[in-house]
Design a binder for this molecule. Structure first.
Ligand code: GAL
Length: 680
């Protein structure tokens, strides 16, 4: 049985840096952690030099001594591989391991993540340090699992070294086989970009307007993901040679340009997430008018859940943010540390490890606070961790349960990455992502993100009564077939504007739009436009409901059995189709010709009868979140109040408060930043 995510208990951990402190502090630190209910430490992810202080000379005594102590005291340990911070001796001798900016300028030693995944030298030396760590430490009884690297693709998710160009060419040779095929795929006839030799191709470089051919760019992002995944797999394969039966391999995320579905299929046992909701209160980022603020981290947690249904938090906010150069934020207020911990657990985390034990007294992160301040004295935040631990003892029955959602939002990496640099696509995605999240949150309608790829089957999609696929600009026959199967078997699918107009290379198709989606949606798009900046607001009328359209309008006509449900009420397309519904098998497809606003999402949820599924059990203000985790026939409902102020909720049935084991019914107040978990 794995020691964390074991389906039996919720565990607390902390990130600890023994190398930052004198050894005489270790014993007391571990004792105080254990007294506070912290049973796991994550260590060593930046500590290359503690083992290999000069090339090829290995000394294991530092971690041996620490692990001896951990074993003696009964502390469990997650070991990191230290590859996110290549040593100075290494980068000096082998400068080719360094990453570069888009102009090829080298990033030097002095921060972290300054390496590139494709340097053969770095692969070799990293493989060797991982092998050293794993072969020496994996057999220790206190070591329960491994974290690969640290935050792969954090700090930067673009790579421009010479090794990257060489490797990119190899990637393209395998993918396309010949330059002719590559030229076709990238449409290089446009602006005379035709390649006549492989060595003419590089990772994208700065151009006159700072963008390259979009099909080249899309393949470049796929290549980065591929490189990062190869990196993770190289390490996982080495570690697995040495791990004990129940030990796990994970990495902490989640970051851009990385296909985590692939990673979880080929390298890691589950994902862990680093959750820092206090970013919402960073002085430079704070948005007074944002109704969601730190609740937005529930979006990231839902993304994490799409990778592993039950997951861990490797770094959970426990103090103020701040690098010496940026990201200043206040100390979490009383209650917020608990609130953010429960937010993680509500979404599927069974392990929560705080960042970090004691705040660093040196380096870039002297202001990135942990549980304790510099002196290490007992403080309010440590007391709050102890209170969390008391709550978790009662919450253990939630372990292994799975977040319950009847609504899914489909995603895929091609469209995610395409929307990054394609401004038409990006604008609709961004608008719809926010509107869907905000409307689903405020109406207390739990949802999952669901990634689809070549391996997804219709039966897994049928767990959802309704699927939104906001803007699948890029699609292929296989995806359309998958969605058709889902709908045929009774699913309901809502697709937004700009769908089906690109193929896998990112080139536009010449079919009538929405391209491959036309037969399934019963919709035809004779005309489309961005909503003009000088236009009046555009509204959509669906029966008695009216809501605002946003960003774009596909003007729709029904074909092949499709039926017009709603029309635009303004501009030159007033009266034209805005929503087409098509019955297909036992289900239905809705093609909506615009980007989603909160109003649009609410009307879809209402008309498809999936809004607020727990409203017969509880009523609560929009400012609070609810989440339900389910195991066997038991359901655990979390209530999270992100506001400073207390507010009222009402239960319409008897429920059991898990923290206190008391029955509750009727109205009660939830404190500012308060949380409640009940069995329903
Ligand atoms: C994370 C990182 C940690 C620490 C923390 C606070 O992104 O994994 O090592 O840097 O942020 O900045």
């Amino acid at each position: 049985m794995k020691e964390i995510l074991n389906g039996k208990e919720l565990l607390l951990g902390v990130c600890y840096y023994p190398e930052h402190w004198t050894k005489d502090l270790w014993r007391e630190d571990l004792k105080r952690m254990l007294d506070a209910g912290i049973e796991v430490v994550r260590v060593a992810e930046f500590a290359w030099n503690t083992v290999e202080v000069e090339e090829g000379v290995f000394d294991y005594s530092f971690w041996d001594e620490f692990l001896d102590l951990a074993e003696e005291m009964g502390m469990k340990v997650i070991m990191g591989t230290p590859t996110a911070t290549p040593p100075a001796w290494l980068t000096k001798k082998y400068p080719e391991v360094l990453n570069c900016d888009i102009d090829g300028n080298v990033y030097h030693h002095g921060l972290r993540r300054h390496y590139n995944y494709n340097s053969l030298v770095y692969q070799k030396l990293s493989g060797r340090i991982v092998e050293a760590f794993a072969s020496h430490y994996a057999e220790r009884t206190c070591v329960i699992g491994w974290q690969i690297d640290n935050e792969i693709n954090c700090e930067t998710d673009v790579f421009y070294s010479e090794s990257d160009s060489i490797s990119f060419r190899e990637y393209l040779m395998v993918k396309y086989g010949s330059l002719d095929e590559l030229n076709k795929a990238w449409g290089t006839i446009f602006w005379n970009q035709t390649f006549t030799g492989w060595d003419e191709i590089n990772v994208p470089r700065r151009t006159v307007q700072d963008t390259v051919n979009p099909h080249w760019q899309l393949d470049y992002i796929r290549f980065i993901s591929d490189s990062a995944n190869r990196w993770a797999k190289m390490q996982a394969d080495i570690i697995r040679k040495y791990t004990k039966e129940d030990d796990f391999i994970t990495t902490n995320g989640i970051f851009g340009h990385l296909d985590y579905q692939k990673m979880v299929n080929e390298s890691i046992d589950f994902i862990t997430y680093d959750s820092y909701p206090n970013f919402a209160y960073c002085l430079s980022m704070y948005d007074e008018n944002d109704p969601i603020k730190d609740r937005k981290w529930s979006m990231n947690l839902a993304e994490t859940r799409a990778i592993s249904k039950v997951f861990g938090i490797m770094e959970q906010q426990s103090g103020a943010n701040g690098w010496t150069s940026r990201m200043e934020a206040p100390t979490p207020r009383p209650g917020q540390l608990t609130l953010w911990t429960m937010q993680s657990i509500a979404h599927g985390a069974d392990f929560v490890s705080y960042f970090r034990w004691r705040t660093a007294t040196m380096g870039t992160e002297i202001y990135w606070h942990g549980i304790l301040d510099y002196s290490g004295r007992d403080n309010r935040r440590l007391n709050e961790v102890k209170e969390v631990h008391e709550k978790l003892k009662a919450l253990n029955l939630v372990a292994g349960s799975v977040y319950e959602a009847k609504v899914g939002i489909l995603e895929d990496y091609d469209n995610l990455w395409d929307s990054e640099y394609d401004v038409w696509h990006g604008r609709v995605e961004k608008q719809s992502r926010k509107a869907l999240f905000n409307a689903l949150q405020k109406t207390h309608t739990p949802f999952d993100y669901v990634y689809i790829d070549g391996l997804t089957d219709a039966s897994s999609l049928l767990a959802y009564e309704v699927l939104f696929y906001p803007h699948p600009t890029i699609t292929d026959e296989k995806t359309v077939e998958l969605l058709s199967e889902y709908v045929k078997a009774g699913g309901r699918l809502v697709i937004g504007c700009r769908s089906g107009y690109k193929d896998k290379t990112g080139k536009c198709v010449m079919d009538k739009l929405p391209g491959l989606f036309a037969p399934l949606t019963g919709a035809d798009i004779p005309e489309y436009s961005l909503i003009a900046p000088d236009a009046e607001k555009v509204y959509v009328k669906w029966g008695d409901d009216e809501f605002e359209a946003s960003v774009f309008t596909d003007i729709l006509c029904p074909i092949n059995g499709g039926r017009q449900l709603a029309e635009y009420t303004s501009d030159y397309y007033a009266g034209c189709g805005a929503i087409i519904c098509n019955g297909y098998g036992m289900g239905r497809v809705f093609y909506y010709g615009s980007a989603f606003t909160e109003g649009a999402v609410r009307v879809f949820l209402k008309n498809l009868n999936v809004m607020s599924p727990y409203d017969k059990i509880i009523s609560l203000p929009e400012t609070m979140e609810i989440a339900v985790r389910k195991k066997d026939d038991k359901q655990y409902l979390f209530v999270l109040n992100y506001n400073k102020q207390a507010d009222k909720i009402t239960f319409y049935q008897n429920v059991k408060d898990i923290y206190t084991n008391q029955d509750v019914s009727g109205s009660l107040m939830i404190n500012g930043y308060g949380t409640l978990v009940v069995e329903i």
